[in-house]
Design a protein around this ligand. Structure first.
Ligand code: AMP
Length: 227
């Protein structure tokens, strides 16, 4: 079945190295546009926590800062995309990360007549990423992201969004693992910038500024790409 152009769910891809702010921006776009943030990192962490076969296979790879196999990630993403809350649109955060994943996504979207509205590249300096990543933490209740230097909750230790008081830090957000994750990004994911440029859907934004300024640029890109 082909989806009508007017009702076709929006598909937005966020590209950028770890620490570029993909998760933060995806959540802001989710709030503003009502699309669903799909983070393969979050889905994999949930699989690890649940001890599913995919999670068991992914755990050590994630701890080493390397990429989980395309097969596992594509299967997880395919299942999640089929859920009803994705009907309005999705913001893919951390997927695709390899050319094979990008091609698999093209195939998946092709099956339902969907198209990529935009692949937005968040441009940052690698040197700043270690500091960004080392200071970040999230609310265990709702997943809202915070940072020791850049974004503290209004009341220390209490989530601005849901009032939760349990905060957590990711096991792979440490200096050594970040180095591997940046290496994996440059070797395996950065080529997707050319891939999406070739398809005419690439948009770029300077992601070194303040969170709200970047969000404004991103919202403008999304508005144009979805209208
Ligand atoms: P993230 O939360 O996006 O930083 O992802 C955390 C970790 O999950 C990565 O370092 C990878 O080990 C794994 N991961 C997340 N998304 C993917 C993907 N699309 N392909 C392969 N591995 C992934």
């Amino acid at each position: 079945m082909t989806t009508d152009v007017m009702t076709r769910p929006a598909v937005l891809i966020l590209l950028g190295p770890p620490g570029a702010g993909k998760g933060t921006q995806a959540r802001m776009l989710e709030d503003e546009f009502g699309y669903v943030q799909l983070s393969t990192g979050d889905l994999l962490r949930a699989a690890v926590a649940a001890g599913t076969p995919a999670g068991l296979a992914a755990k050590a790879v994630m701890e080493a800062g390397q990429l989980v196999s395309d097969e596992i990630v594509i299967n997880i993403l395919r299942d999640r995309l089929a859920e009803p809350d994705c009907a309005k649109g999705v913001i893919l955060d951390g997927f695709p990360r390899t050319t094979l994943q990008a091609e698999a996504l093209d195939d998946l979207l092709g099956e339902t007549g969907q198209k990529i509205n935009a692949a937005i590249s968040l441009e940052v300096d690698d040197a700043a990423m270690v500091e960004r990543i080392s200071g970040r933490y999230t609310c265990a209740g709702c997943g809202e992201g915070y940072h020791d230097s850049f974004k503290q909750p209004a009341k220390a230790g209490t989530c601005d969004k849901c009032g939760g008081t349990e905060m957590k830090r990711r096991a792979d957000d440490n200096a050594e693992t970040v180095a591997s994750r940046l290496e994996a990004y440059h070797a395996q994911t950065a080529p997707l910038i050319a891939y999406y440029s070739g398809k005419g859907v690439l948009k770029s934004t300077n992601a070194m500024g303040g969170i709200d300024d970047i969000a404004r640029d991103m919202a403008a890109i999304v508005t144009t790409a979805t209208s």
